[in-house]
Design a protein around this ligand. Structure first.
Ligand code: NAP
Ligand code: ZN
Length: 341
């Protein structure tokens, strides 16, 4: 079969490889779609630890073509989505129910072969059935949506809450939609590209802001959209500027959720006095603990707009160039479709 192999930092190529051998508790999944994520580019550039050679791709969905002898609850022909993050189940954090903080966490597409291939071996405990009639392209969005769901769960949005989302990539645009479903009535998205601001307004943002203006003043200033700041801020850009803004945009007693991944070692400035005096809650949101099934149900229900987040579909042959190059301006999500080309 064909698979995209990350062979070393800076070395990625399409190869003919053996079909995966499935274990007794694994499914052989024919990949129908797999999303390209910023993490795939970080792996290529050596900015995220992994152990090449490996097939990247952790946002996948496909159809079951074979099942191991201990598998139950899945049948050949099922359409499935996979949670790529495999917790050990044995460590102190797993025992406390914090599987995303597992000290032995291994991810499909990072530590073992992922979805930029024709087939993948998926442990049954990581698999979730999708409706047979679902557009297979939509299944690939369960993983990023699950990460956004965890952030929204942590935020404690209530009906009528005011929310700011900083960064209008796929994570910000999914978070806007979840904030709306959670009952927020003011949803402000800040992102630099005008096309994404227009899209966010179609997806449920009540206002969008160009961050080249003074974001703090425009949102939380005395004459701003929500004087004094909003109930919840989601940082979904992963840059110093937005992390610093996030704490200034929350109201006294408000919540900041850091979803964006900043470069390791990067420092930001904030005023501890301000955190204390205004009793801000600043929370990290990491991965998708126990949210993948809800993400799959949300996607299956059609409650989340997906089609407008898909910028282009590419073949396996195109993946090395897509990953080795920065995203094209305006692009939200690139989907790899192995059956193409
Ligand atoms: P992305 O496409 O890079 O989106 C981030 C966007 O933020 C950028 O495209 C950019 O859009 C915008 N941005 C940059 N500087 C900005 C500024 N000063 N003010 C406002 N917006 C700004 O990435 P993504 O896939 O949506 O992911 C977003 C972040 O979440 C990444 O850091 C990713 O690594 C992280 N992530 C975290 C988790 C988790 O579990 N916590 C899971 C998945 C992803 P414009 O050009 O329009 O400004
Ligand atoms: Zn563990």
């Amino acid at each position: 079969m064909k698979a995209v192999r990350l062979e070393a930092v800076g070395g990625i190529t399409l190869r003919d490889v053996d079909m995966p051998d499935i274990g007794a508790d694994e499914l052989l999944v024919r990949i129908e779609a797999c999303g390209v994520c910023g993490t795939d580019r970080h792996l290529f550039h050596g900015e995220f630890p992994c152990t090449p050679p490996v097939t990247p791709g952790h946002e996948f969905s496909g159809t079951v073509e074979a099942i191991g002898k201990s598998v139950s609850g899945f049948a050949i022909g099922d359409r499935v989505t996979g949670d790529p993050n495999i917790a050990c189940g044995r460590c102190a954090r797993c025992h406390a129910g914090q599987v995303n903080l597992c000290s032995n966490l291994r991810a499909i597409g990072i530590h073992r072969d992922g979805g930029f291939a024709e087939y993948l071996a998926l442990p049954q405990k990581q698999a979730f059935v999708l409706p047979a009639g679902l557009n297979p392209m939509h299944g690939a969005f369960c993983e990023p949506l699950g990460c956004c769901l965890h952030g929204v769960d942590l935020a404690g949005i209530k009906p009528g809450s005011s929310v700011v989302v900083l960064g209008g990539g796929v994570i910000g645009l999914l978070t806007v939609q979840l904030a709306r479903l959670a009952g927020a009535t003011t949803i402000i998205l800040s992102t630099r590209q005008a096309s994404r601001r227009a899209l966010a307004e179609d997806l449920g943002a009540t206002v969008t802001i160009d961050p080249t203006a003074d974001v703090i003043d425009a949102i939380a200033g005395p004459a701003g959209l929500v004087p004094g700041g909003v109930d919840v801020v989601f940082e979904c850009a992963g840059v110093r500027e937005t992390v610093e803004q996030s704490m200034q945009l929350a109201r006294a007693g408000g919540t900041v959720v850091i979803v964006g991944v900043t470069p390791q070692g990067m420092k930001v400035e904030f005023e501890p006095f301000d955190l204390l005096f205004r009793e801000l809650k600043v929370l990290g949101s990491f991965l998708n603990p126990y949210t993948h099934r809800r993400a799959a149900e949300l996607i299956a229900s059609g409650a989340i707009e997906i089609d407008r987040l898909i910028s282009r579909q590419v073949s396996l042959e195109q993946v090395p160039a897509v990953i080795a190059n920065p995203p094209v301006p305006g692009e939200v999500k690139v989907l790899v479709v192995p059956g193409r080309g």
